[in-house]
Write a protein that binds this ligand. Structure first.
Ligand code: ADP
Ligand code: MG
Length: 390
């Protein structure tokens, strides 16, 4: 066990790194963050910030010498850097499971090999693969780059063969996955922590609504039948076990015709799990610290129904948003990430409304959404009615 007082290393200092750092510092650890951005969100709370490239040999050497354990906040941390560190200190999650999560092809192959349900899909690595892909995957479809996509980036909707060829060519023929466009009833996610001893703590299932490819609202617990929630929990648990995963893992799933299909996994805390900070006995970030340090897992149970709203840069269009409209609600918890520049689509913060009963949490959240000028009235109406698939 790595006990409080030790120094932990973090590759990447974005908002996930910031919330990890807060949890680690609260528990009494020191944190060294590597992030080239001098204003990285995590740096404000870190004990030490190395503002340099993730591949900087001197920085990696310092992490290896001074940190009892190292983790990363994003799946695209250079594998070579993680491998080099793993020879000299504890690195969690391990490179092998990160390699699966950062590549949609490997992810799909893992799901299929282990009989986890997935929609129709095909891999495209050269123009020669397009014929076979068109036969396997009905149109309309979505073409996704196998790597480096996030928040809907690296995705194109495909309605015919010409569009498929054009998109693949435009992306310089990097490896891609073509997926059938599914009729989503609902999107849900399961966040869990798995320790080195195989112990697992699963957070309640969240129901996720996206707008323009980015998570907009997460409702926890999800408004789904108990049997479906139990199945989602069981699938996520088996995925973590199948990967022999150590750390916090998020599994995104689709509900299609009442059945669950796997979408993707993230080897880290997840945007849809931010509600755990205010609504669960242990947050996903504290769990991340606990697993990294080999501590027993905390209690993941939820004490209050929660609705989380993402705050994107769009709402800074007319200057600083009206925080008083958020702070006026005693059940609303404001989290701002300290980013200097607000750009459209950039995640600047989130609000979690914790209220009893769940319907009240949603009502307050939608009122805040409206006051801050987030999204459209149609989206709010759909959220209130519990219909999605937008
Ligand atoms: P990322 O989250 O990395 O941007 P995802 O694969 O999760 O990529 O896709 C983003 C969103 O696009 C999903 O949450 C979902 O709303 C939609 N989407 C992705 N794949 C499909 C699909 N096969 N059918 C319908 N909608 C999809
Ligand atoms: Mg996703």
């Amino acid at each position: 066990m790595i006990l409080p007082g030790a120094t932990l290393g973090l590759l990447g200092g974005g908002q996930l790194g910031r919330m990890f750092t807060v949890a680690a510092r609260t528990l009494g650890y020191r944190v060294t963050v590597v992030d080239p951005d001098p204003h990285a969100p995590a740096a404000e709370f870190a004990t030490r910030h190395l503002a340099t490239a993730y591949t900087d040999a001197a920085a990696l050497d310092e992490l290896a010498r001074t940190c009892a354990a190292v983790t990363t906040e994003f799946e695209n941390a250079p594998a070579a850097a993680l491998d080099a560190l793993a020879h000299r200190t504890v690195v969690r999650p391990g490179g092998a499971s990160v390699a699966v999560a950062q590549d949609r092809r490997r992810e799909k192959e893992f799901f299929s090999a282990n009989r986890f349900p997935v929609g129709a899909h095909a891999f495209i690595e050269s123009m020669a693969d397009i014929d076979a892909a068109m036969k396997r995957v009905p149109l309309p479809a979505i073409l996704k780059t196998a790597r480096f996509g996030y928040d809907g980036k690296g995705q194109a909707r495909i309605h015919n063969r010409a569009a498929l060829e054009a998109a693949f060519r435009q992306w310089k023929e990097v490896p891609c996955v073509l997926e059938e466009m599914l009729e989503l009833e609902l999107e849900i996610s399961v966040v869990l922590a798995r320790g080195g001893d195989g112990a697992i703590a699963v957070f309640p299932v969240a129901e996720n609504s996206h707008a323009r490819g980015i998570l907009d609202v997460a409702i926890a617990p999800a408004r789904i039948p108990a049997a479906l929630a139990a199945e989602a929990t069981s699938l996520a648990t088996r995925i973590a076990q199948g990967l022999d995963y150590e750390g916090v893992l998020a599994v995104e799933m689709f509900v299609v015709k009442g059945r669950l299909l796997m979408n993707e996994i993230a080897p880290r805390p997840h945007n849809s799990g931010h509600y755990t900070i205010d609504a669960c006995r242990t947050s996903q970030f504290e769990q991340q610290v606990r697993v990294l340090c080999g501590l027993p897992l905390g209690d993941p149970s939820q004490h209050t129904p929660a609705v989380m709203l993402n705050l994107l840069g769009d709402i800074w269009g007319g200057g600083e948003p009206d925080w008083e409209a958020v702070l006026a609600h005693p059940g609303a918890h404001l989290h701002l990430y300290g980013k200097r520049e607000a750009r459209p689509g950039r995640k600047m913060g989130h609000v979690t409304v914790c209220e009893e009963p769940a319907a009240r949490a949603l009502e307050v959240a939608l009122r805040i959404r409206d006051a801050l000028g987030i999204g459209t009235q149609d989206e709010s109406t759909a959220l209130a009615a519990g219909v999605q698939g937008r």
